[in-house]
Structures are given as structure tokens and as C-alpha cells.
Ligand binder design. Structure first.
Ligand code: GTP
Length: 310
């Protein structure tokens, strides 16, 4: 790594040409992908103008550093937590989603290699630089455990770089970015510097609600749930939003609602605050729960809900 003793904040005249490219962060559930992405690009989402229609991907976030722009693309399938139709479709979607990225960062949890991790290895796109991010190193008691762990993985797959990190403690993230940058092609930035995401604002609002649900009751809900924005009215003083959370079974409803509806209240309050920040205007948010049996296993229901790849 370079030292910053001579850093003046301006790149030297003979600086390497700029790089820009697509990066996918993949990994089984719970290894810390979202935490890592947030630590890399910041958790604040803002709405963007894209310079040009240069990518067919859904962009999760953009990070611009001197000399390199990292365009993080979404990989929906890697976030799914259960089997069934959803997963089969999502595997297809995911293979397509990462097929033309420049760098794929596979995140694993230090000391915890599972069959779920191994299953992802053949899905990593051939033409990309493969970076292994060994996350949560702060949880390791002994450093030598890390060497043995990494050795076991690199025997199964040849990674171009291996970087132990802690997304939560902000450890080694600059090093990780350097290793990612090494795989980005030379080129002009695709986005203006302050750009963070180009996802439609309604989708982000639904994601913010889903995030609150996972934070509060994710461990208790045996299936993923989905959030559908049913109504969105931009008034002169506030935006009124009705959102519906679809769950699999009647028994999931009380989990989401909590005693006297307290979970739902907290979910709605926290989501409203985030959405208001996102829109930079007051928000009135109503969140309902509906039971829709078998939604995650029905292809037509998935299509209806806007999942592609069905
Ligand atoms: N100790 C520690 N915990 C971490 C670290 N990174 C993430 N976590 C925790 O691990 C859990 C899962 O993190 P997420 O970022 O939600 O993981 P994910 O891979 O996006 O999970 P899915 O959305 O299920 O795919 C959370 O409780 C995080 O706080 C880390 O570096 N150290």
C-alpha cells in the first residue's frame, strides 16, 4: 500500500489514466454484503442523473475515488434465503446479472465456510477479476485461524486477490478497494461524482421498509417477505405512501405486528424517517400486512410482483 506522506490531494501529472467498471458483491446470506457495501459507498442513498445509458444493470451504488469509479451492481439472487421456485429463477437471474461485470467480490465470513459458499464458486463469472473478501475478521480470536481458513478456500478456487476485512469495523477497506480497482478497465467515469444510485425511488422506499423488517424480525420470519408500494401520492406538503408487506402464512402476521402492533409501528416510523430523508420532504407512510399464501413459490405471483427472469 502506498503511504500518504507526500499526498497533496491532487493527483500527480503522470497519474495513471482513470478506471471505471462494474463490480458485483456476492456471497451467501448473512456474510455481511450489505454492511460492506454501505461501508464502501456510505449508507445514504440519493437519486441520480446518469451520464449515459452505459449499463443494463440495476445499479446499487457508485463510489468515485481519485482515478477510479466503482459501479456496484445489484445481484438479486444472492440475497435469497430459501428454496423453491424463487431460488431457481433467481439463480438464472443472478448468473445473468454478474455475467459481464469487471470484478466480482465474493464475501465469506472468516472461519465459517459452508456448502452455501461452495455453491457460489461455479457461478462466479469467468471473465471477471475474482476478489475474495474474508469479512468479520474482528470476530476471530487467533490470526493463524485465518491463514488455514483462506488456504482451504483457495485450494477450491483460484482467486486473483484475497483481502481479510471487517466491514463493521472499517478495517482494510481501502486495501479491498485497491484490489477491486486493479480489475477495472481504463475509461471515463459513467456517473457524476455525487451519484449514488439510479434505482427508482419507489423501489428504494420498498427496500428501506424491507430492511427495517429484517432488522427487527428477520430472525423470526422463516421466509423472505416482500414489500409492494400500493399507493404513492406526491402532494404539495408531503408524499403519502401506502405499502403492503406480503407474508406467506397467517402465523407470520403476529410476528410482524408484534404486541399491540409495536413492531409494525417501529418499522413504519423508522422507514418513514429514511424515506423522508431520501425524498427530502415530509412523508406520510401507512404499512399493512397481507397474507398471500405461496407467493414465493408461484411464478405468476412473482411476475405480478415485478420480479424479472420468470
Ligand atoms: N462482527 C462483525 N459483524 C458483521 C461484519 N459485517 C457484517 N456484520 C454483521 O453480520 C450480519 C449480516 O450482515 P449483512 O450485511 O446484513 O449481511 P448480508 O450478506 O447482506 O446478508 P443478506 O442480506 O442476508 O444476504 C449483521 O448483523 C451485520 O451487522 C463485520 O465485519 N464484523
Amino acid at each position: 500500500m502506498s503511504t500518504d506522506s507526500d499526498s497533496t490531494g491532487t493527483p500527480p501529472a503522470d497519474a495513471a489514466p482513470g478506471r471505471c467498471g462494474l463490480v458485483a458483491i456476492v456471497g451467501r446470506p448473512n456474510v455481511g454484503k450489505s454492511t460492506l457495501l454501505n461501508a464502501l459507498i456510505g449508507s445514504k442513498i440519493s437519486i441520480v442523473s446518469r451520464k449515459a445509458q452505459t449499463t443494463r444493470h440495476r445499479i446499487h451504488g457508485v463510489l468515485t475515488r481519485p482515478g477510479a469509479q466503482f459501479v456496484f451492481v445489484d445481484t438479486p439472487g444472492f440475497q435469497m434465503r430459501h428454496g423453491g421456485t424463487m431460488n431457481r429463477m433467481m439463480n438464472r437471474v443472478v448468473t445473468q446479472a454478474v455475467s459481464d461485470v469487471d470484478v466480482v467480490v465474493m464475501v465469506v465470513q472468516a472461519g465459517k465456510w459452508t456448502p452455501g459458499d461452495a455453491e457460489l464458486l461455479p457461478l462466479l463469472p469467468k471473465g471477471a477479476r475474482h476478489v475474495l473478501a474474508v469479512n468479520k475478521i474482528d470476530l476471530l480470536k487467533r490470526r493463524d485461524e485465518l491463514f488455514a481458513f483462506v488456504e482451504k478456500i483457495v485450494k477450491q478456487h483460484s482467486f486473483d486477490a484475497v483481502v481479510p476485512v471487517s466491514a463493521a469495523k472499517d478495517k482494510q477497506l481501502d486495501h479491498l478497494l485497491d484490489e477491486i480497482a486493479a480489475g477495472l478497465p481504463e475509461g471515463e467515469p459513467m456517473f457524476d461524482e455525487d451519484t449514488l444510485t439510479d434505482r427508482p425511488v419507489r423501489f428504494i422506499a420498498a427496500e428501506l421498509i424491507r430492511e427495517k423488517i429484517f432488522r427487527l424480525v428477520g430472525d423470526e420470519l422463516p421466509y423472505a417477505c416482500t414489500v409492494v408500494i400500493e399507493q404513492w401520492e406526491e402532494g404539495p406538503r408531503q408524499t403519502a405512501i401506502n405499502a403492503c408487506v406480503l407474508v406467506e402464512r397467517e402465523s407470520h402476521k403476529p410476528i410482524l405486528l408484534g404486541k399491540g402492533g409495536e413492531h409494525m409501528k417501529r418499522i413504519a416510523t423508522e422507514a418513514r424517517q429514511d424515506i423522508a430523508k431520501l425524498l427530502d420532504s415530509p412523508v406520510h407512510l401507512e404499512v399493512y400486512v397481507k397474507v398471500r399464501k405461496g407467493w414465493s413459490d408461484s411464478v405468476s405471483a412473482l411476475r405480478e410482483l415485478g420480479y424479472d427472469g420468470a
